[in-house]
Ligand binder design. Structure first.
Ligand SMILES: Cc1cc2nc3c(=O)[nH]c(=O)nc-3n(C[C@H](O)[C@H](O)[C@H](O)COP(=O)(O)OP(=O)(O)OC[C@H]3O[C@@H](n4cnc5c(N)ncnc54)[C@H](O)[C@@H]3O)c2cc1C
Length: 595
């Protein structure tokens, strides 16, 4: 059973050497006081919590799962106590607003804590994770009163949240939801309907559960334009803002799943439950997108976190497990065979894991640093640019990193051979827990449509041009640097190819709208591979600079450059397949009648 160790060295490399976040913080007044000491001490807390409190509950949580009895959910042994510790350590409040009791720290710091939590115990991470998005919605679109009564307790962690969107017949297409909301004389609403798959809809942590619910008003337009958002607390509030009478919302059952067994995935029944409208009627789906963007970044991070766990497990096993001798000569003569890490095919799996885990980490932390700009920059133009870039990159990060997370977790099992298939080694749990991430928060196919249809073709490629312009700027800046040629030359070619693919799909789609759906998933993969290539090129450059300047850790930086070389030579050629598939168009998919 691999023991999770937070990869603090690599996390700090991304934060301080690649992104240079401290320099960014100094330019954003809200974060100006976040210096290296503060960051180190918070990350130290997160390391201790994730390694000592969460990781030991990972396997037992999977074995025990959540239990549903008489409307109540019991979480696995130790989960409740770990949550109480998390609250006590104020780890959930890191990046939440100061005016509601949070610490107002940068998202690019909180994201590191979250990675540790997700790696150490993915099921447990599901319980506190929704609160961040719900807080943002309530602060941005809720009334002053709503923000005042709910947000401080969500920030402190005393109360938790859920988001109730999905119904049995409506997941990707929320325009189909049927839950109803009828106005009461006192200004509240009666919410009636059934929601399924609701993460943390019920649990035994104590405190109130604040459900954000999508429902339709009687006169609402059909489809997605007729959806309103309501806050529905499990316990209605008493006059002092504490927990009063039980609301008529209840958990009907929990799902029995292939993974994430320690997370309660609930059927929630709303029987004329008392709810309160958030913002304006019929604008609910728009508000939900605020939550969805932050949730999608969180899901991208789950992809990275699973990769890290799987890589750690596979690496330690490959150094220990003996099988045959190295083809290029005996490597460990004192043992009866060489460890499997000497074999090229095993190294290929390990390096694939490392390249995706470290590359994905760089991408997600960068997105969190953009979130810092969106939230705290005084410069409107800078905020707008960062927001558009995040919009473009979110579906890529979410879908690409969760899909690659499955590949990486699969390699983790393969490195263990037959032992990978056996429960006690923990590698199969990583894959089972990772599987859902390509489904929830919008499936890979829906992310792909969002990317190609809305974010790229929907604005004539303006945001994409901005991004590829930034990549080309980087390539031009290092055009004369001999050590960077192996990275910048293919990157320039791929950015040119990205532009060609976009134009070609756009042109074909004017004649046949199915061309977008036919190309979208391969287009997203192509975009993901190229985006990660940019990060690997940047990381190689940062490492080269350290080596030139002289460093006490030459091995660390050489490994960065060599992993970048692996990514460019062994992973990036996959883009050619995706280009070819995109170019083959929609006809072969749509012509077959008898599928
Ligand atoms: C463990 C778990 C936790 C969850 N937590 C929550 C939660 O907390 N709150 C909540 O509200 N929901 C939650 N969900 C629900 C989740 O968000 C949905 O399952 C997801 O959005 C997909 O919806 P669906 O299952 O109805 O699939 P469908 O929408 O029926 O999709 C079925 C398939 O069709 C594809 N598809 C659909 N439309 C298109 C299209 N236009 N083009 C191409 N492909 C398409 C999809 O990609 C998918 O492959 C959770 C689900 C799980 C499994």
């Amino acid at each position: 059973m691999p023991q999770y160790t937070a990869p603090l060295r690599d996390m700090n490399f991304v934060l301080h050497e690649l992104l240079q976040v401290e320099r960014q913080y100094r330019e954003l007044p809200a974060f100006a006081e976040t210096d290296r000491d503060i960051m180190d001490s918070i990350l130290d807390l997160a390391v201790r919590f994730s390694e000592n409190e969460l990781a030991p509950l990972n396997r037992s949580g999977d074995e025990e799962g959540c239990v549903f009895r008489n409307g109540e959910v019991t979480t696995p042994k130790g989960f409740k106590e770990a949550y109480a510790k998390y609250v006590e350590m104020e780890l959930g409040a890191l990046s939440e607003p100061v005016e509601y009791g949070g610490h107002g720290l940068p998202h690019s710091l909180a994201v590191v804590r979250s990675e540790m939590v997700w790696s150490a115990n993915r099921s447990w991470g599901m319980f506190p994770c929704v609160s961040h998005g719900v807080i943002r919605i309530l602060v941005t679109h809720g009334s002053q009163d709503q923000a005042h009564v709910y947000v401080p307790k969500l920030v402190s962690g005393e109360w938790t949240a859920s988001m109730c969107l999905t119904e049995s017949h409506a997941g990707s297409d929320l325009g189909l939801i049927r839950s109803r909301a009828e106005a009461n004389a006192d200004g509240s609403y009666s919410i009636t309907g059934n929601k399924i798959f609701i993460s943390s809809g019920e649990h035994d942590y104590g405190g109130n559960i604040i459900h954000l619910v999508l429902a339709r008003l009687p006169d609402a337009p059909k489809g997605s334009k007729g959806i309103s958002m309501f806050v529905v607390p499990k316990f209605l509030l008493d006059v002092g803002g504490g927990m009063g009478e039980r609301n008529t919302v209840s958990c009907g059952s929990i799902e029995h799943k292939m993974g994430l067994k320690g997370s309660a995935t609930c059927v929630m029944n709303f029987d004329a439950a008392k709810g309160f409208l958030i913002g304006e009627p019929n604008k609910g789906l728009g508000y939900m997108f605020i939550l969805m963007n932050s949730a999608r970044l969180g899901t991208a991070l789950q992809g990275v976190a699973g990769m890290e766990s799987s890589y750690q497990g596979a690496l330690s096993y490959a150094k220990d497990r003996l099988a045959m001798r190295s083809a290029s000569g005996v490597k460990v003569p004192e043992r009866e065979a060489d460890p499997i890490i000497v074999h090229p095919a095993v190294r290929s799996m390990l390096l694939t894991q490392k390249a995706f885990a470290e590359g994905g980490r760089a991408l997600v932390y960068w997105l969190a640093s953009l979130e810092d700009i969106v939230e705290a920059s005084a410069d409107v133009e800078q905020r707008k640019a960062a927001d558009s870039l995040m919009g473009l990159m979110t579906p890529i990060a979410k879908a690409f990193l969760t899909e690659m997370g499955l590949e990486v977790a699969n390699h983790g099992i393969q490195v263990y051979g037959g032992h990978g298939f056996v429960r006690e080694w923990g590698m199969e749990q990583i894959l089972r827990d990772a599987r859902v991430a390509t489904l929830y928060e919008g499936t890979t196919q829906i992310q792909a449509l969002d990317l190609l249809g809305r974010k790229v073709l929907g604005n004539q490629g303006a945001d994409l041009k901005h991004f590829t312009g930034t990549v080309l700027q980087f390539c031009n800046a290092h055009a004369d640097d001999a050590a960077m040629q192996e990275f910048v030359t293919p990157l320039v070619e791929l950015v040119t190819e990205w532009d060609r693919l976009t134009q070609s799909i756009g042109a074909r789609a004017t004649g046949d709208p199915d061309e977008i759906g036919a190309a979208a998933v391969d287009y997203l993969y192509f975009a993901g591979y190229v985006t990660l290539a940019w990060f690997w090129a940047k990381m190689a450059k940062a490492a080269q600079e350290k080596l030139v300047a002289g460093t006490m850790e030459p091995g660390f930086y050489q490994a960065k450059i060599q992993t970048a070389q692996f990514y460019f030579q062994k992973i990036l050629p996959r883009t050619k397949t995706h280009s070819a598939v995109i170019d083959s168009g929609a006809v072969v998919l749509m012509q077959i009648g008898n599928i």
